[in-house]
Design a binder for this molecule. Structure first.
Ligand code: TMP
Length: 207
């Protein structure tokens, strides 16, 4: 393999992305493939500091400032990690990417989607995931799962309507680019989901 594969996972809070990424990464590594699992925001030294600002529960951030901080994290992440690994043939599996920005800052927060798209074009040009796995489930189920693990960052504290807009936003994005998105019913068991994801990736990328 001379060019890597870029796979992203998207979904609302509590959709099980982290678990599925871990399972998929381990399985592909066992097959002898080169795999990097990573996440946004925060998986660089600079990104970790940006993440702390973004997720602090008690902080009041202007929506455009929030948007730019997510993009700042992404610029560092893409250039420091994602692209270098892809260039050396790795399968890069990333927990959230630009679709999160469109869903959260665009559809849910109300920032102009044209501004988000334009910033994305300026910063990343045509660069986008080869495949995006969308773990879809009702908001109420996702938030309950996260309450059980006491996860209470700035976004978990948003109301149900906000999270509903995030979910709807994701579904619209998937409708616009059906060839890039693979939507899964995330109320299924972890084992079932892991199997479906693995099979899809093997088939799609001839692994
Ligand atoms: P997580 O690590 O729990 O997924 O936390 C990241 C939070 O940041 C999550 O609530 C979604 C939010 N987020 C955005 O609002 N926009 C983005 O572009 C990204 C990557 C995440």
């Amino acid at each position: 393999m001379d060019k890597g594969i870029f796979i992203t996972f998207e979904g609302i809070e509590g959709s099980g992305k982290t678990t599925q990424i871990k399972l998929l990464g381990e399985r592909l590594k066992k097959q002898g493939l080169k795999v990097l699992t990573t996440y946004e925001p925060g998986d660089t030294d600079v990104g970790q500091k940006i993440r702390n600002i973004l997720l602090e529960p008690e902080i009041n951030i202007n929506p455009l400032c929030e948007l730019i901080l997510y993009f700042a994290d992404r610029v560092q992440h893409v250039n420091e990690k994602i692209k270098p690994y892809l260039e050396t043939g790795f399968i890069v599996i990333c927990d959230r990417f630009t679709d999160s920005t469109v869903a959260y800052q665009g559809y849910a927060r109300g920032v102009s989607i044209d501004i988000i798209k334009e910033l994305n074009r300026i910063l990343f040009n045509e660069f986008k995931p080869d495949l995006t796995i969308l773990l879809d489930l009702p908001v109420i189920i996702g938030l309950k799962r996260n309450q059980q693990i006491n996860k209470t960052d700035r976004f978990e504290l948003e109301d149900l309507a906000f999270h509903d807009r995030v979910r709807e936003g994701y579904l619209k994005l998937a409708e616009i680019e059906p060839e890039r998105f693979f939507i899964l019913d995330a109320t299924k068991s972890q084992i079932e989901l892991a199997e479906e994801i693995y099979k899809t990736i093997k088939l799609r990328f001839h692994l």
